[in-house]
Design a protein around this ligand. Structure first.
Ligand SMILES: [Mg+2]
Length: 383
């Protein structure tokens, strides 16, 4: 980021924080690891005031002590010489500060961070996928009823403008008997792919509930599907990924290997550089946006693909759209249909499998300030 337009006298004046709540369009079931994800969602949002102007955005791990320390600091001192926020301010404050910078310069965040290859006046339109296809079928005894339900859910996604879908798999890892659950995964992948049509890209995510041989069983059974990636097939392990990659290559099956969310191995990026992992998926909230600006540039250099993980955080969906402007090999925004009361996202839209990022200042989101302040009093604080 270019810091030459940061006035040395701009100082942090106030920080307010609150939790806003809302819900998913549809309740989400289990995944390969854990139980129901449900309908309720919340986001922790901070409002920062600098030089009389405000910015809003997601805030993680912001303590009152840190806020007290930052109040009175010069904005320019929060950044290093490369125009990146210093580490301690990133997860707590990067989003409200970026939103502030966008408002101060009356430009979207994506213009502040865009790579030099991007034409600055072109609209930002980014591929996205519907990430809502969980194990919503566990109450159904019959495989064909389960397939019908997940097909119906993908049709809801199609009606909302989606073309690409990620399907949770690994039913046999915990929630169903091993082979019955695996067979159901395979039938559901076929059903959703049929609903999505030949152009729709399908991703599957086992949340580490498969092992190498189960992964091969499933991939062999869905070789007729436009399967784009297999995500977290099993806990990342270079010996197993070397084997899976060689097996896919020997078969001529074009499926990418994606991993990196959660407690990722510190060696994962090295394994990717060695060619056994294709898509990296660290989270857009933690380690976050500034981390992704640095990582995404390196992944581009190494010819690897970036797909920031973003499930369960409504703010992250919009942030992921913006960061696409900085990363050449950006894959998709992970889109979950969540409405947060008091956070107006209506300037964004999903159409034909693409996420349209508005040409509006900051992150292009509008907040109901009265509601925000009532939430600050109820569940937050102010410094
Ligand atoms: Mg995942």
């Amino acid at each position: 980021m270019n810091l030459t337009n940061l006035h040395p006298e701009w100082k942090v004046e106030k920080i307010e924080i609150a939790t806003l709540t809302g819900e998913r369009a549809r309740s989400a079931g289990s995944n390969g690891r854990i139980g129901d994800h449900g309908k309720n969602c919340s986001v922790r949002i901070a409002r920062i005031t600098i030089d009389g102007e405000t910015g809003f955005g997601h805030s993680g791990q912001l303590t009152e002590e840190l806020a007290e320390r930052v109040i009175g600091m010069r904005l320019i001192d929060l950044f290093d010489e490369n125009g990146r926020l210093h580490e301690p301010y990133r997860i707590p404050l990067e989003y409200p500060i970026l939103d502030w910078l966008g408002h101060r310069q009356n430009t979207p965040v994506y213009n502040l961070i865009a790579s030099s290859e991007r034409a600055s006046d072109s609209p930002l339109v980014v591929p996205c996928y519907d990430t809502s296809l969980y194990f919503d079928d566990l109450h159904l005894q019959n495989e064909s009823d389960a397939v019908a339900l997940l097909k119906e859910e993908s049709e809801q996604g199609l009606a909302k403008g989606h073309r690409n879908f990620k399907i949770k798999v690994g039913r046999g890892g915990r929630h169903m008997p091993l082979w019955e659950g695996t067979k159901r995964d395979i039938a559901i992948i076929h059903g959703v792919a049929e609903a999505a049509g030949p152009e729709g890209k399908i991703m599957i995510d086992a949340n580490n509930a498969y092992n190498l041989n189960l992964t091969k069983e499933v991939l062999a059974a869905v070789a007729d599907v436009n399967l784009h990636w297999v995500e977290e097939a099993f806990h990342e392990d270079d010996a197993l990924y070397v084997d899976l990659k060689a097996w896919l290559q020997a078969r001529g099956q074009q499926v990418l290997i994606a991993d990196g969310e959660g407690l990722a191995s510190p060696y994962l990026v090295n394994w990717a550089r060695n060619g056994v992992v294709d898509v990296l998926q660290y989270d857009i909230i933690h380690p976050g946006f500034t981390h992704w600006l640095e990582l995404g540039a390196k992944l581009d250099q190494w010819g690897l693909r970036s797909a920031p993980h973003c499930y369960g955080n409504a703010f992250g969906i919009y942030a992921t759209g913006h960061i696409a402007a900085a990363i050449q090999n950006f894959e998709f925004v992970e889109y979950d249909d969540i409405s947060i009361v008091g956070m107006d996202t209506s300037a964004y839209r999903v159409e034909n499998g693409l996420f349209h990022i508005p040409n509006k200042a900051g992150f292009g989101l509008d907040y109901d300030e009265e509601l925000f302040f009532s939430r600050v009093r109820a569940n937050g604080w102010s410094r």
